[in-house]
Ligand binder design. Structure first.
Ligand code: THU
Length: 159
């Protein structure tokens, strides 16, 4: 038997430690919280991507009375970028969360389905997508590559 280890890490920043560009991206994701359609969970997710051409795109979670059809904020903004700018690299993704019913201090990490979708866009462009996660507390989590939070993931090489 051989045991294989997968190492991963993430960084924790305070806002004043980030570049102006990253701060702007996070603020853009936060500005999208108001557009979330979350009447069922009351959990708002604002997401923003920075493209290599400098453009920022935003999105938010969009829920449905048929719960499984709820679409996550990450997925909305990534598919928007993929549909509207298919040949422009996605440099980074920022995700902000807010619960209308209570204060959430700790950033929320993308759900498993969104991780798979981030992984797809990352492998499509063959360049890492940096991920920034923020809630209402001081800490901002930064993840260098989706592989850090989706170890041993499924991809096209298995097909
Ligand atoms: N949600 C996201 O938008 N992103 C995630 O990564 C996790 C969950 C949304 C889906 C649903 O509208 C609400 O948050 C509660 O699950």
């Amino acid at each position: 038997m051989e045991k294989r280890e997968i190492k991963s890490s993430y960084s924790v920043y305070r806002l004043d430690e980030l570049t102006d560009e990253t701060k702007k991206l996070i603020e853009y994701a936060q500005s999208k919280l108001k557009d979330a359609y979350a009447p069922y969970s009351h959990f708002r997710v604002g997401a923003a991507v920075l493209l290599e051409n400098g453009l920022m795109l935003g999105g938010s979670n969009q829920e449905n009375a048929a719960y499984p059809l709820c679409t996550c904020g990450e997925r909305v903004v990534l598919t928007y970028a993929g549909a509207e700018y298919p040949d422009v690299e996605i440099t980074s993704l920022a995700v902000a969360v807010k619960n209308d019913l209570k204060i959430v201090l700790t950033p929320a990490s993308p759900c498993g389905s969104c991780r798979q979708i981030i992984a797809e866009y990352q492998s499509k462009q063959k360049a890492k997508i940096k991920i920034y996660l923020v809630a209402e507390g001081d800490e901002i989590y930064a993840i260098d590559s989706i592989h850090d939070i989706l170890p041993l993931g499924f991809d096209a090489s298995s097909l």
